[in-house]
Design a protein around this ligand. Structure first.
Ligand SMILES: Nc1ncnc2c1ncn2[C@@H]1O[C@H](COP(=O)(O)OP(=O)(O)O)[C@@H](O)[C@H]1O
Ligand SMILES: [Mg+2]
Length: 641
């Protein structure tokens, strides 16, 4: 969302207090309370009072949230000030610390090589080898590979090192598992890699044990601000404590009622209690207004969660909240398409102001198919999908080569993406050591074996690589422009020849847009590398309906929101219905979904799904103020806002 397109905002008294209060500070507010806004204004206020932007660290929960925060900061600060700030996710922060100081833990001590994040395939392969070795020992391991990986992952996420784990029990089976854990860590380290869990575990270890490194980071970031604090895990909290040290210059902002990552260790309400216990002198501020949603939406959402959470509405009443029952999942999807089409035709919304939220990815895909079939422009948000597109991979490969000339894997992507060299020529160059591909491209004896016409392609590759190498100090955006332009690598011209060039170019445009918020290529690549499996990234470069999971929607807002699949088994999800704790988290997740809507909210469910009968969600039953009989009048809705 472009913050600049919004009217000037006047802070409420409570917001002003929160912006100007001394740290440590805890800001608690329901959805739409202006928490993220306060965080941005507080950064501006600190800078205004003379704090150097480079000493401010701002942590967001996902890459998209960090991007949104940067946009908001861009709207109120000078460009140079925003650039000097550190605005990132916990994982990107971890990588930064490891890149700078990981050698103290024995990472990547060979000079020009730096720590990299293992991709899912690399981590899996390394783990598989270690597992197989241990299986061949006398005792063997009685759990399968995936279960063991998950188990060790849980230890890492909880901050338990291999040594600490080994010390927990003398049981032979436990010790065998401990060996796998230790060997896996060694294998990663030897390859100069860290996996996703290491991005927290290793910086923690470093800051816990190395006093001077700790002092260095404490001096470097004198103000630390955290958004969506309710989802912070104990390991992340420990990291915050270590970074803050005695200065206590911590600001945490969140809403316990929106804790939806308990399944990954998010502390929820307990995190707020712990903060109050650890910082007894902290200022606590509550923001009572809801600036986001209409009173009707707020009422339905709070009735569902708990009526005690009343908020002060700021906006006009707007239209009622609608509930649509459907006979099947297909009819449900059709219904959503119809309503979106009507709302857009009436001029109430643009496509990109609509979101369809689902509990699981498979449901999102089903809705996507129906929208696509009816030619409603849409996009499913999530990782993987966007960065897996060939053209995006090619651009990424070029950026990686610009900063690491010897990155043979990226060179291979580049050769594939640009269609340089035929497959046979590529094989000759790769030989039996693909990791030496870069070297081979510049080896005269090897390139001479290739047919004459292919040799000119080799020279093209050599030139391109040298040109990229010359650009390592440029911004990622500048390098991307060089790749696309006719004076550079002519990638745009190449893409124009493909049958689906419009979509490809749109993704390329979006990619360069993402790159623009980073000054250094490395920072941009790090952000992408440290995205977790649930980290959504906006891929909305144009006017499209956004389809995503409820988890991915956290922190976002849309004019018209559909929460689909309000049924027992989906919302709440079957996997969480067995425990009271699981159910509470599901309810908060639904609450997060409903409260994303600014002006219009529609809830849908299907009476049958996959041919089997379904019950509507138990949480729909207590709701009084939802409209089931009438359809929305989108023309009239315009005058209500
Ligand atoms: N004082 C204010 N006056 C008007 N609009 C505001 C104010 N504070 C925040 N907003 C707007 O309200 C919406 C919700 O704010 P946001 O900071 O995202 O809330 P939260 O992070 O608490 O969910 C945003 O569109 C934001 O621009
Ligand atoms: Mg927010």
């Amino acid at each position: 969302m472009n913050a600049q397109s919004k009217p000037a905002v006047i802070l409420s008294d409570e917001q002003r207090c929160a912006v100007e209060a001394p740290a440590p500070l805890l800001v608690n507010a329901p959805p739409g309370g202006g928490k993220t806004s306060v965080l941005a204004w507080r950064v501006a206020y600190l800078i205004h009072t003379g704090v150097a932007p480079s000493s401010i660290l701002t942590l967001a929960f996902s890459v998209r949230a960090a991007g949104e925060l940067r946009d908001r900061l861009d709207a109120i600060l000078e460009r140079d000030q925003v650039r000097a700030l550190t605005v990132c996710t916990f994982h990107a922060l971890g990588l930064r610390v490891l890149r700078e100081s990981g050698h103290l833990l024995g990472y990547a001590h060979e000079h020009d090589k730096q720590v990299n994040v293992a991709d899912a395939g690399q981590a899996h392969a390394l783990f598989g080898v270690v597992f197989a070795v241990e299986q061949h020992r006398a005792n063997g391991i009685r759990v399968d590979l995936d279960a063991l990986r998950e188990m060790i992952g849980a230890q890492k996420a909880a901050g338990v090192t291999p040594e600490a784990f080994a010390g927990l029990s003398r049981d032979a089976h436990h010790l065998a598992i401990a060996r796998v854990y230790a060997d896996y860590q060694t294998a990663l380290k030897r390859a100069g890699l860290v996996d996703f869990d290491d991005l927290l575990l290793q910086p923690l270890r470093l800051l816990e044990t190395d006093v001077s490194t700790r002092a260095y980071y404490q001096a470097r970031w004198q103000h630390i601000l955290v958004d969506e604090f309710q989802d912070v895990s104990p390991a992340q909290y420990r990291l915050l404590q270590l970074l803050a040290g005695d200065q206590h210059n911590l600001t945490v902002i969140g809403d316990p009622n929106q804790s939806v990552y308990g399944f990954r260790g998010g502390m929820g309400a307990a995190g707020f209690e712990r903060f109050r216990a650890d910082f007894p002198n902290c200022t606590i501020t509550y923001l009572p207004h809801n600036f986001r949603s209409t009173p009707n939406i707020i009422e339905v959402a709070t009735t569902m969660l708990s009526p005690a959470n009343a908020q002060l509405a700021v906006k006009a009443a707007g239209m009622p909240v609608f509930l649509f029952p459907a006979n099947s999942e297909h009819q449900e999807a059709e219904l959503i398409v119809d309503q979106i089409a009507c709302a857009v035709a009436a001029g109430f919304v643009r496509f990109d102001q609509c979101a369809v939220l689902c509990r699981i990815n498979a449901h999102a895909r089903l809705i996507e198919h129906t929208l696509v079939r009816h030619r409603v422009p849409c996009v499913v948000l999530g990782v993987g999908s966007f960065f897996d597109h060939a053209e995006v991979k090619t651009l990424l490969a070029c950026l990686r080569i610009a900063i690491d000339f010897d990155d043979s894997l990226s060179l291979l992507h580049l050769l594939n993406g640009f269609g340089w060299l035929n497959e046979k020529a590529r094989d000759v160059l790769k030989g039996d050591a693909p990791e030496l591909l870069t070297q081979h491209v510049f080896e005269h004896e090897r390139t001479e074996q290739l047919p004459i016409d292919v040799q000119s392609d080799v020279r093209l590759v050599q030139t391109a690589m040298l040109q990229l190498d010359e650009r390592k100090e440029q911004t990622p955006d500048e390098v991307i422009r060089f790749m696309l332009s006719d004076d550079g690598l002519r990638y745009r011209a190449l893409l124009l020849q493909s049958p689906d060039c419009a979509e490809r170019l749109e993704r390329v445009t979006h990619f360069s847009h993402l790159a623009r918020s980073h000054q250094h290529i490395q920072d941009f690549l790090d952000e992408i590398d440290t995205m977790s499996g649930v980290d959504p990234l906006s891929v909305v470069a144009s006017d499209r309906v956004q389809i995503m999971t409820l988890h991915a929607a956290k922190g976002l807002e849309f004019k018209l929101v559909f929460v689909a699949g309000m049924e027992e088994g989906l919302i709440p999800h079957a996997s969480a219905m067995q425990s009271e704790r699981g159910l509470r988290e599901e309810l908060r997740l639904a609450y997060v979904g409903l409260t994303r809507a600014t002006d219009a909210l529609c809830l849908t469910f299907a009476r049958t799904r996959d041919g089997r009968p379904r019950q509507s969600s138990p949480w729909l039953r207590g709701l009084r103020n939802v409209e089931m009989r009438r359809k929305p009048d989108w023309h009239r809705a315009i005058s209500l806002n």
